[in-house]
Design a protein around this ligand. Structure first.
Ligand SMILES: [Fe+2]
Ligand SMILES: [Fe+2]
Length: 316
């Protein structure tokens, strides 16, 4: 049974106080404004929960496992580690649709038409689905119970990535619901696999993974979301605009989580953060970074221009 969050039910209200802080239930669309469903087979650890979310092919299940694991982690029920040898899958579980095609085969449409707006929301929903899996992949890959204590990441590192996974699940769910309201659905259009592929070369190196996923790919979202938001507002779609505002605010936090732990890892290895970032990006990311950059938002997240300016196509 789902426990509804209502102000007239005292027991669910008290249970909801901490959960509300974590989930921000009012930002989810129905029917997810409630505590997560208990899983038939609860994970034995955060790592196992992350692997279960990654493996889920059914997207309702992927979201619900994400919500449940986040809830259990924040309630202190789960430890970090797990079965020695448990490994995340090379590819996340996915439904048969959408079909994955090369980026050049995706049609570009103006968002002034409803079809164009649906294509944009579908593309962002696909990015958010990848983002759920990328957050869980960081947790599953780098929660190593065998690591020596000076190589283990502190619990607060996992707090950050569990929150990221939960927020990505919220973003995906909101966009998926909006697509239905507009007469479409996630899976109706083609998508590409670029995000997952861009991250995979860094599966062995957490510092490189943080450079590429939050500090390149998610920071790019900070650059482009304000202009997308302006375009959505210009075509008078306040419901979609409200979702983009939530995404933009949350993504700033995701880049901040990445920047904080990237600096932490550099300091632990005696490396200079900005120079190390540039070395890793040149090694693991194809092509220069495209300006314009949202310097203000990037700085607020702790990603200062000294990190990325030298990698910009404008400086080469
Ligand atoms: Fe997101
Ligand atoms: Fe994100």
């Amino acid at each position: 049974m789902r426990q509804r969050i209502t102000s007239d039910n005292e027991s669910s209200f008290s249970a909801s106080a901490a959960a509300e802080q974590l989930f921000k239930f009012h930002e989810w669309s129905e029917p997810l404004r409630c505590l997560p469903v208990g899983l038939a087979e609860p994970p034995g650890s955060l790592k196992e929960g992350a692997i279960a979310a990654l493996q889920a092919e059914n997207l309702d299940q992927k979201v619900e496992i994400t919500r449940q694991v986040a809830f259990q982690w924040w309630n202190g029920v789960l430890g970090v580690g797990g079965a020695v040898g448990a490994r995340p899958p090379d590819r996340p579980g996915r439904p048969l649709e959408p079909r994955l095609v090369a980026p050049r085969n995706l049609k570009k449409r103006s968002i002034r038409s409803q079809r164009g707006r649906i294509a944009l929301l579908h593309a962002i929903a696909h990015i958010e689905l990848n983002a759920i899996d990328l957050a869980w992949d960081i947790v599953a890959r780098f929660a190593d119970p065998r690591a020596k204590s000076d190589h283990r990441m502190p619990r607060s590192f996992f707090d950050g990535w569990v929150r990221v996974a939960l927020e990505e699940a919220k973003h995906f769910s909101l966009l998926r619901q909006r697509l239905i309201e507009l007469g479409s659905h996630y899976g109706a259009l083609d998508a590409h696999d670029g995000l997952w592929e861009a991250a995979q070369a860094t599966g062995h190196d957490l510092t490189a993974r943080l450079a590429i996923v939050p500090l390149i790919l998610e920071a790019r979202g900070l650059d482009i979301t304000p202009s997308l938001l302006r375009q959505i507002e210009a075509v008078e779609d306040p419901e979609s605009a409200a979702i983009f505002k939530i995404i933009y605010r949350d993504e700033l936090g995701h880049v901040a989580v990445g920047a904080k732990w990237f600096r932490y890892l550099c300091l632990r290895q005696g490396l200079e953060p900005a120079a190390s970032f540039q070395i890793l990006v040149r090694k693991y990311f194809r092509g220069p970074l495209k300006p314009p950059f949202n310097d203000f938002a990037r700085c607020r997240a702790g990603l200062t221009p000294g990190f990325y300016r030298a990698l910009s196509s404008a400086s080469q």
